[in-house]
Design a protein around this ligand. Sequence first.
Ligand SMILES: [Zn+2]
Ligand SMILES: [Zn+2]
Length: 258
Amino acid sequence: MSLELFDTHAHLHVPEFDGDRAEMMARARQAGVTRMLTIGTEVPTSRAAIALAEAEPDVWATVGVHPHDAADADAGVLTEIERLAGGPRVVAVGEIGLDFFRDLSPRDVQERVFRHLIGLARRVRKPVVVHCRDAHAEVLAILGEEGASEVGGIMHCFSGDVEIARRCLDLGLLVSLAGPVTYPNARALPDVARFVPADRLVIETDCPFLPPQGYRGKRNEPAYLALTAARVAELRGEPLEEFARRASDNARRLLRLG
Ligand SMILES: [Zn+2]
Ligand SMILES: [Zn+2]
């Protein structure tokens, strides 16, 4: 069995990759990454994500407004995101959510935009990709109130504990583990990696951010997903190829990719 990895959260279209995007993508494919989801964070990056997905057969796009950018999300921005969300290469709405760690947008504005974009996801019938930092209680409450389970989604770069993972699963979300699960001080994440059922777990790089152990302090890229996959498979006591294939299947099922 060959390695089949799905990077469910990457920012492939960002300027950090402008100098070597083709080589970066080649390294990803070489490492067994057969599918990638490139994630928009406001209007220009959502457009860039779509453009890349239209050019690369193994890349799909999301469109959304990151909580950091919520303060700029006026009616025109939200209308344009809704228009882009209907595109054929757009398979999810995100990243959306709350970030009470950096608080780059006022919290009430983050919440309003998050609620609006869950509604948008329901209108276009596509799942959500959720960003959550230091706001688990609020994010889980809003996902429940806005009926996100109707479309499902991914809790990206999961940073909670087993109890929070259980609540994400109850809401119908997949749990996505990123580079931090490989860190020696990963705290609750190894337990989460063992706890989440095999049909609800996916993995991601969140590149160019959050490189796994061994590349910390450097630019992250999809080829390094193999390290995160190996660590999660090890924690679960599963063969790497088997784990990787099932995590890919989980993402494909949610995103309705053949
Ligand atoms: Zn994020
Ligand atoms: Zn991201």
